[in-house]
Design a binder for this molecule. Sequence first.
Ligand SMILES: [Zn+2]
Length: 302
Amino acid sequence: MLLGSPAAVPCRPVNALSLDVEEYFQVSALERHIPRAHWERLPSRIEASMERLLELLESSGARATFFTLGWVAERHPGLIRRLVAEGHELASHGYAHIRVNRQERRAFAEDIRRTKALLEDIGGVEVRGYRAASYSLDASTPWAYAELYAAGYGYSSSLYPIRHDHYGNPQGPRFVHQPLPDAPDFIEIPVSTLNWFGQRLPCGGGGFFRLYPYAVSRWAIARINRVEEMPAVFYLHPWELDPGQPRQSGLSLKTRLRHELNLGRTEARLRRLLGDFCWDRMDRVFVLGRATLPESLLGCWP
Ligand SMILES: [Zn+2]
């Protein structure tokens, strides 16, 4: 059943919007084709993509969380200060987009501390949120949450509980939870999935938002809100609004499709999404209300 447009509902419930701030050439799916050593030589396009994103958010009144690479923040400090000044949340995506399950514990601890300090120095605000590159917290990284908590982070949004060849943990919890028994004030906020006849379907953004017709994404998010009575958690990348980005050679058909599919349609779809639902920063949707989760969120529903 396709639900009616949630635009008729006055901004309830509030969903969580996030952007992973990285260049088009820093995507994990392209790492075999574009070594980190080449990053400096490639033309940066993040400023123009972020400009469009920030204008879209401003015109809709939405605020979002920007999980930002330290590498990008160092090279574009003005961008970081601007998103903070416009009321968005600054959060960490690690320094150089290395998957957590490819790091030793000590290297991970250093990376999350270094990036937090760097972002806080540039942005002038405390950084509480973290998202792992390619949702790469899994059974092989049981130490990751403890290290994030010890480093001063208040939440992670590093779990996409789906089956996927590059990321995801299909057994993981679908909704916000406390992964550390001894730290109830630290929470994990998984990206949204839909429970559909026993199957978990991804509906939290990224490539799936570009793949599905917009009506499917809208229906899935409305269903999470109305049937499961939970906020949706959605993500995109600035490069997904950049159809003019350089095309990479030597990609497999699957990788090319995943990266390039419907890039020219993302901006219009995002504009509709911002109009059809109410969106805010991760910390305001979840972290500030954690003491009363989920009642405080359910209370938002009319
Ligand atoms: Zn990323």
